[in-house]
Design a protein around this ligand. Structure first.
Ligand SMILES: [Zn+2]
Length: 333
């Protein structure tokens, strides 16, 4: 999503209060030197981080907003600003090594090149190990006046409490369905395709774009819907086949389990309120499932799915974990 502001004609959808807070902070010259943007993937963390960097470095702000037109703004959008440094990821899980962090800790004492600020951005800090964080701590405790650090992560829990206490943290959230459709149309996606995507991922712009571009994700969603139909028909064999079909690797298993969990959650909500706002990818399925599930059985399914994901995360054999999950779900419906 880097450069997303440029592609989207510099519009940001959703997260209005967060944007306003960042603008006010900058207007009052109270910019936070260490900032964490956290939230579900696809909800705009990197786009907002980019906006914050524009706010910090734009030379021609208007009404508290970056101009997106000065040299600094252009350089940030083109990813070539010499004083905006993206930390390099390493390792299988895409974490940040102690060496990388040490390099940044010494680089930070070299004054900015052609502005009065220097910004370091660490994207997707979901797997930053403790040693790297402890190394980082030394510099974020007392950074030079011109230095800024920006982190993005799915959850605050990725960080040590000592690091968190030095950050100003901002949560990002999905926008409304209508805003998401507008954002997707700016992205060149037709209304019809945008509606299909929003039906699955609601106001999560990043996930909706991914859905539109990624055939594999579309197949996974179709399979999860088929699995839900099997659940409603109480056809355990077909349910298990559908679940295992689309869960070929860890990422796919996570998507399948998340989608299934959301459908179950939606069906519980619908039990209480027919107009409840839903988060899953299969409204019709959730409606039919709601006739079969009580609050208790719905919560139980949620626990079973969570238990399965914990097992897969702990490297238990995935097909065993999935088939155990299918068996347990069918014991309670
Ligand atoms: Zn500017």
């Amino acid at each position: 999503m880097w450069n997303a502001l440029k592609r989207c004609n510099m519009k940001i959808y959703g997260n209005h209060n967060l944007i306003r807070t960042l603008e006010t902070m900058t207007e009052r010259d109270r910019t936070a030197h260490t900032v964490l943007f956290y939230g579900e993937n696809g909800t705009g963390k990197k786009t907002i981080a980019e906006y914050y960097i524009h706010l910090l470095m734009c030379n021609d702000k208007k009404d508290g907003k970056p101009c997106f037109n000065c040299k600094a703004c252009h350089n940030i959008s083109d990813n070539i600003h010499p004083d905006v440094i993206t930390a390099e990821k390493s390792g299988k899980l895409g974490g940040y090594s102690v060496e990388t962090v040490k390099k940044i800790c010494s680089d930070v004492f070299i004054r900015p090149n052609n502005s009065d600020k220097k910004v370091y951005i660490f994207k997707d800090c979901n797997n930053m190990d403790e040693r790297s964080q402890n190394t980082l701590l030394k510099i974020i405790e007392e950074p030079p006046e011109y230095a800024y650090f920006i982190f993005t992560a799915e959850s605050k829990s990725a960080f040590l409490p000592t690091v968190l206490s030095r950050c100003v943290s901002f949560g990002t959230s999905p926008c409304t369905d209508e805003e998401c459709i507008l954002a997707l149309s700016e992205h060149g996606i037709s209304r019809n395709q945008a509606e299909n995507a929003v039906e699955c991922f609601h106001g999560n712009i990043g996930k909706c774009i991914d859905f539109n571009e990624n055939e594999n994700l579309k197949e996974i969603i179709d399979t999860v819907r088929l699995a839900t139909d099997s659940l409603i028909k109480k056809d355990e064999y077909s349910f298990a086949c559908n679940i295992s079909k689309s869960a070929k690797n860890r990422d796919e298993i996570e998507t399948v389990l998340t989608m299934l969990d959301r459908i179950a959650g939606d069906s519980v909500k619908l039990n209480y309120d027919k107009n409840a706002s839903l988060s899953g990818c299969y409204k019709d399925g959730a409606e039919r499932l709601s006739e079969m599930l009580t609050l208790n059985s719905g919560n139980r399914i949620h626990e079973i799915i969570e238990k399965c994901w914990r097992a897969v995360s702990a490297n238990v054999n995935a097909s065993l974990a999935l088939s155990a999950m299918c068996g347990e779900i069918f014991e309670i419906i």
